[in-house]
Every structure is written in C-alpha cells, then in structure tokens.
Design a protein around this ligand. Structure first.
Ligand SMILES: Nc1nc2c(ncn2[C@@H]2O[C@H](COP(=O)(O)OP(=O)(O)OP(=O)(O)O)[C@@H](O)[C@H]2O)c(=O)[nH]1
Ligand SMILES: [Mg+2]
Length: 334
C-alpha cells in the first residue's frame, strides 16, 4: 500500500472494509479517494479507487433502474465489540451463543436450525461483547446478508464440529464458499493488498464438541490438514459448549482480539469514578475519542482532561490527543 496514508484515509478505509451496502461502499471510497496523498507511490491505488467508484455507480444506477434496492440486515452494534459465529450446519454455533451469553437460541441435533442472525451479549469482566449467531454456510446455502455481518464484525468465530466425521470438511466448505466472495477470513482484519474490494475479518477457529466420542482423533486429523487444506494462521481454541470446557479462555481470547481499552470517567466533583460502566475505545484511542462516545458536543468543546492511571501520575493534565490506557480514569473539562 502507498506510504504516508493519513489517519483520515485509514479511518475511511476501515469504514469501507466494513460497509454492508453498495451505497456505504461508494461513500467511503469517495472519502478514500479525496484523502489519499496524491503522489507517485499511490498512483495504482488511486486508479483502483477510481475504477471501483465508477463500477459501483454504474451498478447502483442499473439497480435503481430495475427498481431494486440493496439488501442488508443491520443488527445494531452494541458493547465493546462484535464477534460473529460462523460455521457449517450443526457445528454448535447456537449452543455456543447460549453458553456464552444470556440468549436462548434454538439448539437442535439437526442441520439448519438457525434461520436468522440473532445477537446475544457476552459478559466479560465489567464489559459486554456482542455475539451474533448465524444460519449455517454450506456449498449450496449462503445467506446474502452474511456479507455485511461478517465485514461489519470486529471478529469472526469459525466453529468446527469435532463431534462428526463431516465436521472438518464442512469447515473447509465454509472457507471455500467465502473464498468465492469478497468477504473472507484471516488472522487480522484488513483489505487485500492487490484488490481493495476484498475485505478480511479477523478470525478465531473454535473447535467445538471436544467431549464427543472420537473428537480427540478428529482434532489430530485437523492438525495434519492445517497448512495445506486449512489456513495455518488462525488461532485455535478447543472447547465444549455443552460441558463449558475452554469457554473462559475463549471469552478472554474474544475480548483480547477486540483490542480495546476500558476507560472510566468521572466528573470534577466526584471522588471516585463510576467503576461499573467503562467506555471502550480501540487501543491507541485518545481522550477525544472517549469524549465523542459521551457526546459530540463534549468532544468539540473539550479543553483538557485529568487522568488517573498506571501510565501517568494521578491527576495529570493532558490534551485531547492524549492516548488512553486500559483502566484509566478520565475527568473531562470543557
Ligand atoms: N457433545 C456435544 N454436543 C454439542 C456441543 N455443542 C452443541 N452440541 C450439539 O450439537 C447439535 C447442534 O447444535 P446447534 O447449536 O444447534 O448447532 P448450530 O451450529 O447452531 O446448527 P445450525 O443452526 O443448524 O447451523 C445439538 O444437538 C447440540 O446439543 C458440544 O460441545 N458437545
Ligand atoms: Mg444454530
């Protein structure tokens, strides 16, 4: 990618990667084109962006003429971040949602039990992470709304069924099916170097039903396939949704993968912060980002902040661009 990309460009790129509709894609591509530094090393990227923009404009004009509208199911994003559960039929996606959250999805010993994406909130220490259960992906069945869900999520959990001899192949089917689209899975979330239209979502491999007969042998077989028929780079977590084995580690891994920090706010007259309700911002986020979560106005009027935390002396006065650390208590002054 071109050097010297500005924070504004990178932010637009992140929004584009997560776009769920052609309109959203177009909007952020235009911002990317406007913000890209105009020099020799970015020429290829500039021309890629221009051709993508003109193609999308043609497509949406054609759709309008045909009276069609882009479809997407938007589940309002909540909590410190969102992880989407994916996998073949019967892998245990709904059982995992039920074990990790207070949601009560239907869990049943036959395929295609789940028909609609459904969210639940997973408690982790003093925050919540949104998990979204989804219908299965098979060579013949791929709900179109899944694209937007996967792109928009911070993390994907690819669930593999170690309780059935078909489980590994069904996982490969999911990866192959996604490989035919522009929505794919990888170790980290990013856009493709050679085709900015391809969006990768960070993924954990969740190997479920380790309690089942023959699961240990299937796990060994799976390890033999990693690197050839399965991507080597995905971190794996061996669990049993039914017996809750490995679920605490999985919870922590999900939260850690979101790469957020928790910040507690207090008002100048308050002695202690309201420790029950932290705000979460991406690691590297600033005091300004925290203020924006509270109110846009507050962010605009912010003069300075005082911080209590591990990286600073108690009550240190900082400006809006100060990078916050996990556990910081922040007092905002307008
Ligand atoms: N032994 C064992 N069985 C499990 C485990 N997790 C889920 N199951 C069983 O596997 C079957 C399928 O579970 P679901 O959670 O409905 O699977 P799903 O992936 O949501 O399936 P679809 O919605 O059809 O895609 C059910 O009979 C569950 O009881 C587990 O950890 N161990
Ligand atoms: Mg299900």
């Amino acid at each position: 990618m071109a050097a010297n990309l500005t924070p504004q460009y990178l932010k637009a790129e992140e929004e584009y990667r997560r776009a769920a509709t052609p309109e959203e894609e177009l909007r952020w591509l235009e911002v990317m084109l406007r913000e890209i530094p105009k020099h020799k090393s970015s020429e290829k990227l500039q021309s890629d962006l221009k051709s993508k923009i003109s193609r999308l404009k043609k497509e949406s004009a054609a759709q309008r003429a045909a009276g069609k509208r882009g479809h997407s199911t938007r589940i309002p994003l909540q909590g410190a971040g969102t992880a989407v559960l994916l996998g073949g039929p019967n892998a245990g996606k709904s059982a995992l949602l039920a074990a990790l959250t207070h949601a009560h999805p239907e869990v049943a010993p036959y395929p295609f039990t789940t028909r609609q994406p459904a969210p639940g909130m997973m408690p982790y220490e003093d925050v919540f992470v949104q998990l979204i259960d989804t219908p299965p992906i098979t060579p013949d069945f791929f709900e179109p709304a899944m694209h937007g869900l996967i792109r928009g999520a911070d993390l994907a959990l690819l669930v593999v069924d170690l309780g059935s001899d078909d489980g590994i192949e069904q996982c490969q089917d999911v990866l192959n099916r996604l490989g035919e689209t522009k929505t794919r899975l990888a170790r980290t979330s990013h856009l493709d170097e050679n085709d900015v239209g391809i969006s990768y979502t960070a993924t954990l491999l969740v190997l479920n039903k380790i309690d089942a007969d023959g699961a240990a042998e299937r796990l060994e077989l799976l390890h033999e396939l990693v690197g050839d028929d399965l991507p080597a780079e995905l971190p794996e977590h061996v669990v049993s949704a039914e017996q809750t084995t490995g679920l605490e580690e999985l919870r922590r891994a999900i939260y850690t993968a979101l790469d957020v920090v928790r910040v507690y706010t207090k008002t100048p007259n308050q002695k202690a912060s309201d420790h029950d309700r932290p705000y979460t911002v991406r690691r590297g986020g600033t005091v300004h980002d925290v203020a924006e979560l509270i109110h846009n106005d507050l962010a605009a009027k912010l003069k300075f902040a005082r911080i209590w935390g591990s990286a600073v002396h108690d009550g240190t006065v900082v400006k809006a661009d100060h990078v916050v650390a996990d556990g910081d208590i922040v007092e905002l002054h307008e």
